[in-house]
Structure formats: structure tokens, C-alpha cells
Design a protein around this ligand. Structure first.
Ligand SMILES: Nc1ncnc2c1ncn2[C@@H]1O[C@H](COP(=O)(O)OP(=O)(O)O)[C@@H](O)[C@H]1O
Ligand SMILES: [Mg+2]
Length: 269
């Protein structure tokens, strides 16, 4: 199993959109067995696949919050999605509390919980894709201790370069303890071909060379439609939503995600 984290300390850069669509394309186009892990307490990826756990409503019991606390076996936390090759360990708001509790836990090394959990399903999947939260949390540290490759989605703004510098520093520090860890590449999402985004692209290129992909995910309005599906004429966010390839197979962003996923399965086996 190859473990890949979509990571950026900035929110709104496309981590969740990339996790959902890359995982779906890996499973349906490339016939890979994929486990998605939602590590964001905002649980957008979980909701996308139809999983919710709040005080008022829940449709599953064991999630990543229980697993990181050591309350359950990883197999109890794996939920089936609508796609047979694609499973998920969902997240919920309680992950934020668990994260804080883990920080003060001193009876075990808190950074290694996720990697120990994943060791038990190593032979069950081709890929594990982790959707990280935009924060310096112990969950995210767990992701970096557990993964092989860090992929950084970015926006074409002036700040992307600074964010990248801190991520590269973090990877370098953690690589001492997880020798399998590498910065795979960064890529642009919500891309529009403006002069300022081209300038930003050139500056990141000078910084990381070919670790900046020339595959860019273009800004396309259908992407936000996939987070608000219309069922029986009513807009709803309650039902499982539809990945880009099924919702809008001809959209530019869909074509870009097909290209990106092909690149990943060819280069990160
Ligand atoms: N290629 C795209 N074109 C248009 N909108 C996009 C695109 N990618 C993401 N978005 C939108 O941008 C917002 C943030 O994306 P998201 O994947 O949730 O980011 P993150 O997980 O990094 O916070 C969402 O509303 C999403 O629908
Ligand atoms: Mg997200």
C-alpha cells in the first residue's frame, strides 16, 4: 500500500476536492483498491461520501477520532462507499478534541498512532489517500509519520511559496523519523491563466524545479456543483455527492484530474 497525503496548511486550496476525485479515479479508472482517510474535523470528505457523525445525527459509529484514541480496531473504522474499490475512514468534529487530548498523552508516542493502525491493512489496499486539515495538529503529524508521499495543492497567489517553504522544512524534520517520507510534488488547483498566477507559477518553478507539476487543475464552476447535488429538484447536501468524473465527465477540471491521477499511479506505485 502506498500512502499519500494531500497536505497544505492553508485552507481552500483543493485538498478535499483532490482527495475525493483522485481516489475516485484511482478506484474506477485504474482499478486500484483505495482507502481514504479524512483527517480534517470539518469532515468535508466524509460528508462527500455520505458519512456524518454529530450529536444530532450519525450514520456510522467508529471513525478516525475513535481510532486515534485507541478505542477500536482499524477494521471497525473502515466504511464502504458507493464504489466497491473505495473505502473511507470518516472524520467528525470530535477529532479536534481528540487531537488536543493526544497532545498531552505521554504514555505512548502520539506521532505513530496512524502508521501503526495502517500497518494492519497494508495488504488490503493499493493506495491510502489522506485528506489533511489546514492546521498544525497532531493528526497531521501522524499523517506525515505514516505516509510515503506528500502532495501539495496550491492556489496561484503570492503566499503559496511561503507555505511551501514551511512544508518542505516540516518534511525535512520528520524524514529523520520516517525515512520513507518524501515531498512528491506540488500542483496548482483552481487555475486561471492570469499574469499574476503565471508569475507565481514561475517563482515556485525556480524554487522546486520539476517538483512543480505542469498539470494544473483548471477553475471550473461544476466543481462547486459537486458539493451541492440536486435530488428530485431539491438542493441537498445530505446525500452522498457525485465525483467529477460522473457529474461532469467532459469538464476541464475532470480532464485535469484524470491526467493528475494517471501521473500519480504511474509515478508513485
Ligand atoms: N478546480 C476548481 N474549480 C472551481 N472550484 C474549485 C476547484 N477546486 C476546488 N474548488 C472549490 O474551492 C473550495 C475549496 O476546495 P477544497 O477542496 O474544499 O479545499 P481544502 O480542502 O483545501 O480546504 C470548494 O468550495 C471547492 O468546491
Ligand atoms: Mg478540506
Amino acid at each position: 500500500m502506498r500512502t499519500i497525503a494531500f497536505y497544505n496548511l492553508k485552507g481552500g486550496v483543493g485538498k478535499t476536492t483532490s482527495t475525493v476525485n483522485v481516489a475516485h479515479i484511482m478506484a474506477t479508472v485504474h482499478n486500484k483498491k483505495v482507502l481514504v482517510i479524512d483527517l480534517d474535523p470539518q469532515a468535508n470528505t466524509s460528508k462527500f461520501f455520505g458519512f456524518i457523525k454529530t450529536d444530532d445525527a450519525k450514520n456510522y459509529d467508529v471513525g478516525i477520532d475513535n481510532l486515534l484514541k485507541g478505542d477500536a480496531d482499524i477494521h471497525e473504522g473502515i466504511q464502504k462507499t458507493a464504489w466497491t474499490e473505495l473505502d473511507i475512514i470518516p472524520s467528525c468534529l470530535r477529532l479536534a478534541t481528540v487531537d488536543r487530548q493526544l497532545l498531552t498523552e505521554t504514555t505512548m508516542p502520539q506521532q505513530f498512532i496512524l502508521s501503526s493502525l495502517l500497518a494492519n491493512v497494508r495488504d488490503d489496499y493499493d493506495y491510502c489517500i489522506i485528506d489533511c486539515s489546514p492546521a498544525l495538529t497532531i493528526s497531521n503529524t501522524n499523517a506525515l509519520y505514516a505516509c510515503n508521499d506528500v502532495i501539495v495543492p496550491m492556489l496561484g497567489d503570492e503566499y503559496a511559496k511561503d507555505g511551501l517553504t514551511s512544508i518542505l522544512g516540516e518534511i525535512k524534520a520528520i524524514k529523520k523519523y520516517n525515512i520513507n517520507l518524501d515531498f512528491a510534488f506540488c500542483f496548482y488547483t483552481q487555475w486561471t491563466n492570469t499574469l499574476s498566477s503565471q508569475n507565481a507559477y514561475e517563482r515556485v518553478r525556480e524554487m522546486v524545479g520539476n517538483k512543480l507539476l505542469d498539470i494544473k487543475i483548471r477553475r471550473t464552476t461544476v466543481v462547486s456543483e459537486t458539493s451541492q447535488v440536486i435530488k428530485d429538484g431539491v438542493k441537498t447536501t445530505q446525500i452522498p455527492r457525485i465525483p467529477l468524473l460522473e457529474w461532469a465527465p467532459q469538464a476541464t477540471a475532470t480532464k485535469d484530474y484524470l491526467q493528475l491521477t494517471k501521473y500519480i499511479v504511474e509515478h508513485y506505485k
